[in-house]
Design a protein around this ligand. Structure first.
Ligand SMILES: [Zn+2]
Length: 180
């Protein structure tokens, strides 16, 4: 018979959580909770939370915040800017679907901070052959841009709940989220 882990390692040296729940048991339990969560899921986000963030492909918002399906609204655009479109989504999120808090997350190395309004318009025009006259929400100071977006949401008359609107910066290099 092959020696088991517990036969080779004194039990007192094994962390309690490892003894109590095997990884497989934990995974099976999570799947069960996930199933229950699916069954109980409603259109209203469970956490009553809406997140406004950038479309950057490197940001795994759900993993970063520990969100599961049904927990929160995640609204994304280039830069995570508080555009009229984003505000429209947040207005519905709050008034119709019951969210109460807004988390705005910008990040380092954002393309909207690297290109100018003119550069973006020119690149799109060159690619399509059509002139474009849209505000791309470009910025030079990422912290100021984040503060601007949080401020715009706090002042929006279309948001029913403006007491808990907070801004965060996500640093890609360190995977660190800091409140601004
Ligand atoms: Zn970005």
């Amino acid at each position: 018979m092959l020696p088991t882990t517990s036969a080779r390692t004194p039990r007192s040296l094994i962390p309690f959580s490892v003894v109590a729940v095997d990884a497989i048991d934990r995974a099976a339990m999570n799947s069960r909770l996930h199933y229950l969560g699916m069954a109980a899921r409603t259109a209203e986000p469970m956490w009553k939370l809406a997140v406004l963030t950038c479309m950057d492909a490197r940001l795994d918002v759900h993993a970063m915040l520990g969100l599961r399906p049904g927990d929160a609204h995640v609204i994304r655009n280039a830069g995570g800017r508080a555009t009229s479109d984003a505000i429209r989504a947040l207005a519905i999120s709050q008034a119709v679907l019951g969210t109460r808090e807004v988390m705005v997350i910008h990040h380092t190395e954002c393309a909207v901070g690297r290109f100018s309004q003119h550069e973006l318009a020119e690149r799109i025009a060159r690619a399509t052959g059509q002139a474009i006259n849209e505000d791309f929400g470009t910025f030079t100071d990422p912290i100021e841009a984040l503060k601007e977006d949080v401020g715009r949401l706090r002042l929006s008359p279309h948001l029913a709940h403006r007491e808990k609107i907070r801004g965060f910066m996500y640093e890609l290099a360190t995977s660190k989220l800091s409140e601004v």
